[in-house]
Design a protein around this ligand. Sequence first.
Ligand SMILES: C[S@@+](CC[C@H](N)C(=O)[O-])C[C@H]1O[C@@H](n2cnc3c(N)ncnc32)[C@H](O)[C@@H]1O
Length: 200
Amino acid sequence: MALEAAFFLGQFLRSPTTTGAIMPSSRYLAAAVAAPIPERGDPVVVELGAGTGPFTAEIQRRLAGRGRHIAIEINPRLADRLARRHPEVELVVDDAARLPRLLAERGIPAADVIVSGLPWAAFSATVQSRLLDAVLRVMRPDGAFTTFSYAHARPLTTAIRFRRRLHAAFEEVVPSRTIWRNLPPAFVYHARRPRPAPTG
Ligand SMILES: C[S@@+](CC[C@H](N)C(=O)[O-])C[C@H]1O[C@@H](n2cnc3c(N)ncnc32)[C@H](O)[C@@H]1O
C-alpha cells in the first residue's frame, strides 16, 4: 500500500495537472462513486481516469461478472499497473475526450453508468468542456454520471466552473455528504437526466 502511494505520488510529481491527486482514493470514496451501478442486468460501466484502480476494484465487485467495464486511463505507467492488477477489465490507454470513438470501436452504442476519477478542478475550461461533451455524447438518457471533488477545492474558480457546467448539462445533480475517510476528504456528484443538446 505504501509502495503504491509512493508510486502514485511520483506520477503526481511528474504530471500534477493530469494526475490531480497525491494519492489514490479510499475504498469509502470508491463505494460512493460506484453506488449508481444497478444490482441487476448487464450494465455498461465506463470508468474515466482509473489510475491505480480503487474505483476499478469497487466497480468489479459490484458487477460480479455482469455487463461490461471499460476503464480509460491516459497515463501508460498507471495503466500498466492497473492491467496487471485487473486483467479482467477492458482497459483503454487513451484520452477520455475520445470516449465516443473508443466505445464505437468496441461496438458499444452507449453507457449506462459513467464513473469519473478525473481531476476536473485541475483542468482548463477547454479541457473540462471537451471531456464533459464526450460524456454527454455516450451516456444513455436514463443513465447515471458520478464524479468526485475534493472538499477543500470547493471554492476554487475551476471547481465552481465545473459545478456550473454540470448543472447546465444535467437536470439532476446531487452532491453527497463529505467523505472524511479519504485523503484529502472529498464528496461525490451524482448526475442524472442529461439535458438535450441545444439545437440550431
Ligand atoms: C485524481 S486521479 C484518480 C485516480 C483513481 N481513479 C483514484 O481515484 O485513485 C486522476 C486520474 O485521471 C487520469 N487522467 C487525467 N486526464 C485524463 C484523460 N484526459 N483521460 C483519461 N485519464 C485521464 C490521470 O492519469 C489519473 O490517473
